[in-house]
Design a protein around this ligand. Structure first.
Ligand code: NDP
Ligand code: 2IT
Length: 453
């Protein structure tokens, strides 16, 4: 660790002692920014990184709602408006019992760089609640969303802050949130993305994160003149990102052998074909059920429960070529990274945000594999959100092909930026530095232009 990074991190730790996920995300970026500061003292003297790590605004609020039994429930709501140098705050909402300030600050921080990489005019934000949608009725989810929006509506707007989905927030939740915003503001605007297709949503938005993670991996493979044809892939998660990652991998000739949720994972040696993927979508999206049920229908597949506090996750210990972590943060630790490498994995494209611990990242970088960090590899979701905003502003929807072509172009450009920046700053092939530096420079220049605000 350079002197700059250790003294900078010591200060950040002192100010945010309990925010371990946030500190992890900042440390990784600081290592890359140190390279920029060495060559460009103007960013150092303007204290750009020191400013970027402080949210422009942080909103925290009470979310009271009534459950189906008539009992009062209280959750906590958050919105972190992290950086608006290049556009309105933009980023998802996460509803999950683990949500806290550290997790949302890390996500908002990552979002700033990710959104910058998309080349669209979107700043960074994130929000959510410790509400757990699991096991709740549609009416309970609706009442919660209405209460959440009854406070959030005064802080957001199509030119101010545009939330979207993340873990636990999909089409159903965006619908309830949009309905309440529209009622309170008496305005039909593009204030949220991931909307339904009949009321302002964009084609390809549901698919975008997963498709984008595969497009990014395809670009990485291209640098070695390879394709997905015949490659075995490990995918974690079974939600939005995992489903469309599998969809695109099937399209491109890959063989996906795993899928998971927070209770464990399924290994299907024969591979998940389109029919099986349809079943996963039915299980997760319609029946809102658990992934182990997959093995009740497809008897050759094996379900293994996973203990989250174990030393390693057996999902990452199968022979494969590629891995697409698509569940949550820190799902690949140092042991998992070693297991992946031992099993022949040489392509990792992160659909999830920060799924790999710092130790795990180090193993991937030392091994020189094709490792695409989340802020680059999963930027397709927010990129198509940006395209949804454009279509809303024009009041003109684009076709599926138009949006998919733009998504492919954006992922290609992000890949190119990563490669060029990694080269220019002396670490060829290091997509972590490439993404951090590429994302940072645009935001930093905008901040310099706009003065000390
Ligand atoms: P979903 O809610 O649709 O699915 C989440 C999946 O991850 C579920 O299978 C869930 O299992 C599993 N999961 C969630 N938390 C944990 C945990 N603590 N341990 C193990 N498994 C867990 O969310 P998304 O697919 O939208 O999001 C997945 C990841 O992708 C997140 O990191 C998110 O930040 C990131 N991402 C999402 C984007 C989007 O557009 N949606 C864009 C860019 C990144 P279970 O059902 O058991 O909870
Ligand atoms: O992490 C992410 O990029 C998202 N959850 C999507 C954000 C968005 O605004 O579409």
């Amino acid at each position: 660790m350079s002197d700059f990074v250790s003294s900078f991190m010591a200060e950040v730790k002192e100010k945010n002692p309990h925010e371990k996920e946030f500190l992890q995300a900042v440390e990784e970026v600081a290592e890359s920014v140190a390279r920029i500061y060495d060559r460009h003292p103007e960013y150092r003297s303007a204290k750009i990184l020191e400013r970027i790590i402080e949210p422009e605004r942080l909103i925290m609020f009470r979310v009271p709602w009534m459950d189906d039994q008539g009992d009062i429930q209280i959750n906590r709501g958050f919105r972190i408006e992290m950086n608006s140098a290049i556009g309105p705050y933009k980023g998802g909402l996460r509803f999950h019992p683990s949500v806290n300030l550290s997790i949302l600050k890390f996500l908002a921080f990552e979002q700033v760089f990710k959104n910058s990489l998309t080349s669209l005019p979107i700043g960074g934000g994130k929000g959510g609640s410790d509400f757990d949608p699991k096991g709740k009725s549609d009416n309970e989810v609706m009442r919660f969303c209405q209460s959440f929006m009854s406070e959030l509506y005064r802080h957001i707007g199509p030119n101010t802050d545009v939330p979207a989905g993340d873990i636990g927030v999909g089409g159903r939740e965006i619908g309830f949130l949009f309905g309440q915003y529209k009622k309170l503001k008496n305005e039909f605007t593009g204030v949220l993305t991931g909307k339904g297709l009949k009321w302002g949503g964009s084609l390809i938005r549901p698919e975008a994160t997963g498709y984008g993670a595969v497009y990014f991996a395809a670009e990485m493979l291209k640098t070695r003149k390879e394709t997905f044809e015949g490659k075995t892939c490990l995918v974690s998660g079974s939600g939005n990102v995992a489903q469309y990652t599998i969809d695109k991998l099937i399209d491109l000739g890959g063989k996906v052998v795993t899928v998971s949720d927070s209770s464990g994972y399924v290994y299907d040696e024969e591979g998940i074909n389109r029919k099986k993927l349809d079943y996963i979508m039915e299980l997760k999206n319609l029946r809102r059920s658990r992934i182990h049920e997959y093995t009740e229908k497809y008897k050759n597949a094996v379900f293994t429960p996973v203990n989250p506090s174990a030393d390693y996750n057996p999902l990452w210990n199968h022979k494969a070529d590629c891995a697409f972590p698509s569940a949550t943060q820190n799902e690949i630790n140092g042991n998992d990274a070693k297991n992946l490498l031992k099993n022949g994995v040489y392509v990792v494209s992160e659909g999830a945000n920060m799924p790999t611990t710092i130790d795990g990242v180090k193993h991937f970088l030392d091994a020189g594999i094709l490792y695409g960090p989340g802020k680059a590899a999963n930027a397709g979701g927010v990129a198509v959100s940006g395209l949804e905003m454009s279509q809303n502003s024009m009041r003109l929807p684009w076709t599926r092909e138009e949006v998919d072509n733009r998504l492919q172009m954006i992922m290609k450009n992000i890949h190119q930026t990563c490669v060029e920046m990694a080269d220019r700053f002396g670490t060829p092939g290091n997509y972590v530095n490439g993404a951090n530096i590429g994302g940072f420079l645009k935001v930093a220049d905008a901040m310099l232009d706009q003065g000390l605000v």
